[in-house]
Design a protein around this ligand. Structure first.
Ligand code: GDP
Ligand code: MG
Length: 181
């Protein structure tokens, strides 16, 4: 344990506009970006302490033409797990996670332990402020999470609610799944 921390690689995946960048930047820099360029794809690193142990998270905030399957596969290859994001005011954004899930099964087919998925229902503040905007109930979100064998979490990148918790939970799940080397 002399040569630095354990490192986990995670991709943040989901349709455009669900808040992938807002969640990532809230976590990494602790501020809310209202108008982040939707085409920017970038990787960020953050050291964090989970279960009394430091680790390094390397986070890929994905962006772009997610209808290209080859690009999706690149985003998902060689990762310790995934953060799947949809927005509670968009049912479509929940359905659009399905291809990522199918690709996950394909890409990780030969692994002894499947990398973990955290299913994030974002924009909680929005549907709390205006319930008419809600298109996905918590129950529906939980059901999809169960079918993905994922942990379900509700967040707001705007208020910061539960944002650190996603990444901490990710580390907990990734530690459980990591194969002994
Ligand atoms: P991405 O395309 O998935 O990276 O989405 P962005 O992070 O760029 O966010 C898309 C839009 O949704 C931006 O206008 C954000 O300000 C807004 N947004 C993101 N997360 C939240 C949230 O939790 N609450 C609210 N109210 N707006 C959000
Ligand atoms: Mg983005």
């Amino acid at each position: 344990a002399s040569s630095g921390h354990e490192t986990f690689h995670v991709s943040v995946l989901g349709s455009g506009g669900v808040g992938k960048s807002a969640l990532t930047l809230r976590f990494v820099k602790d501020y809310f970006v209202r108008d982040w360029d939707p085409t920017i794809e970038d990787a960020y690193r953050k050291t964090l302490e989970v279960q009394d142990q430091l680790c390094m998270l390397e986070i890929l905030d994905t962006a772009g033409q997610d209808d290209f399957e080859s690009l999706r596969a690149q985003w998902m290859m060689d990762k310790d797990g995934y953060i799947f994001v949809y927005a509670m005011d968009s049912r479509t954004s929940l359905h659009e996670l399905q291809p990522f899930f199918e690709l996950h099964l394909q890409i990780n087919e030969t692994k002894r332990n499947l990398p973990p998925i955290i299913l994030v229902a974002n924009k909680k503040d929005l549907v709390e402020q205006d319930p008419a905007k809600r298109q996905v109930t918590s129950e529906d979100g939980r059901r999809v999470a169960a079918s993905y064998n994922a942990v379900y979490m509700e967040t707001s990148a705007l208020t910061g609610s539960n944002v650190n918790a996603i990444f901490e939970q990710f580390v907990i799940e990734a530690r459980k799944k990591r194969q002994p080397t």
